[in-house]
Design a protein around this ligand. Structure first.
Ligand code: ADP
Ligand code: FBP
Length: 303
């Protein structure tokens, strides 16, 4: 079974304006409220791929109810801890350029945090736990360490998709997969990356620090898969980008879902790229049909 953990879910409020006038009145051309937060996105795409999974995390207030209701209607199994404060709303502003404004997240009380840790006590060695996204500040910077400790104690594999020190610290615990995009990779090492060779150098360092597999996504340029077995590249399929929010999460869902079903790393890589691109070419997250349509066209080549 795959569990996704979203410590900081969101309603993604996607707003389109023709031309943004800063300091003036803007009228929306179109708007859309989607359930968001990285683990929730992973669960929604796993559900499209018909891979059994359960979404965990914290949800609160009217925004939390909106997300819970949406997941219920999509038939996604979930077991969120109810928190007193409201789940955040993240703004995704689409004008000529895409601008994102993400909230810091609700206050999580100590008892609520303990309740989530407690839910993971039921993990089994065959499970994979996907830990995704930012940590609400009130939880403390070491909360992922505490979740990882439970995964290790139960013998379950974990995937972690977060940034900075929280990601760095997790590497010694041997995550099954990490998926920084190329900007996040550069940020991790405090460098500027200008070539594919440099991505490979820094990706390999993450293997040395403990990651079992490293996927570096590069938006429209596709992705690199770096592991002990070698380095592979896949070009992104061609298409018209509609909304790339959630492309990275979809890539993780495609990879982990396919790996859990087949144990084949390169098939998983191919499905990851197809899922990320299918989401980038959609208003909402990718559908199963769209992923399937793109999957056969993704060519994986050894670097
Ligand atoms: N503009 C795009 N065109 C085609 N595919 C894309 C595009 N943006 C994202 N993707 C697909 O989604 C994957 C993840 O996207 P990326 O933007 O790198 O991740 P993140 O959302 O984590 O920043 C890419 O590797 C690619 O397969
Ligand atoms: O927890 P964070 O880092 O603030 O990210 C949350 C945001 O990331 C998303 O999950 C999208 O992530 P990706 O585009 O990286 O896949 C949004 O749904 C959400 O608003």
């Amino acid at each position: 079974m795959i569990y996704t953990v979203t410590l900081n879910p969101s309603i993604d409020y996607i707003v389109e304006v023709d031309q943004l006038i800063l300091g003036g009145l803007n009228r929306m051309e179109r708007d859309l409220k989607l359930p968001g937060g990285k683990g929730i996105n992973v669960s929604r795409v796993l559900n499209q791929l018909e891979v059994e999974n359960k979404a965990l995390g914290f949800l609160g207030g009217f925004t939390g109810r909106y997300i819970e209701e949406w997941l219920h209607q999509e038939g996604i199994s979930s077991d969120f801890v109810a928190v007193a404060d409201d789940t955040r709303i993240n703004i995704k502003l689409k004008a000529k350029e895409e601008t994102e404004i993400n909230g810091t997240g609700p206050a999580i009380r100590a008892a609520e945090a303990e309740a989530l840790l407690h839910k993971l006590d039921a993990l089994q060695a065959s499970d994979i736990v996907v830990l995704s996204g930012s940590v609400p500040p009130s939880l403390g910077a070491d909360f992922y360490d505490r979740l990882i400790a439970v995964c290790k104690r139960r013998g379950a594999e974990f995937v972690i998709d977060t940034t900075g020190q929280a990601l760095r610290q997790a590497l010694v615990s041997r995550p099954l997969l990490i998926k920084p995009n190329h900007h996040e990779l550069a940020e991790l090492f405090g460098v500027t990356i200008t070539s594919r060779d440099e991505i490979i150098v820094y990706g390999r360092r993450l293997l040395e620090e403990g990651a079992q597999h490293v996927l570096v996504s590069m938006a429209g340029e596709g992705a690199l898969f770096i592991s002990e077995q070698g380095v592979y590249h896949a070009k992104a399929p061609a298409g018209i980008v509609k909304n790339s929010v959630g492309a990275g999460d979809s890539m993780i869902a495609g990879f982990v879902g396919t790996f859990s079903l087949t144990g084949d790393l390169l098939e998983a890589f191919r499905a990851g790229v197809a899922s990320g691109s299918a989401t980038a070419f959609s208003d909402d997250l990718a559908s199963r049909e769209h992923i399937e349509r793109l999957r056969s066209g993704v060519v994986v080549s050894k670097v």
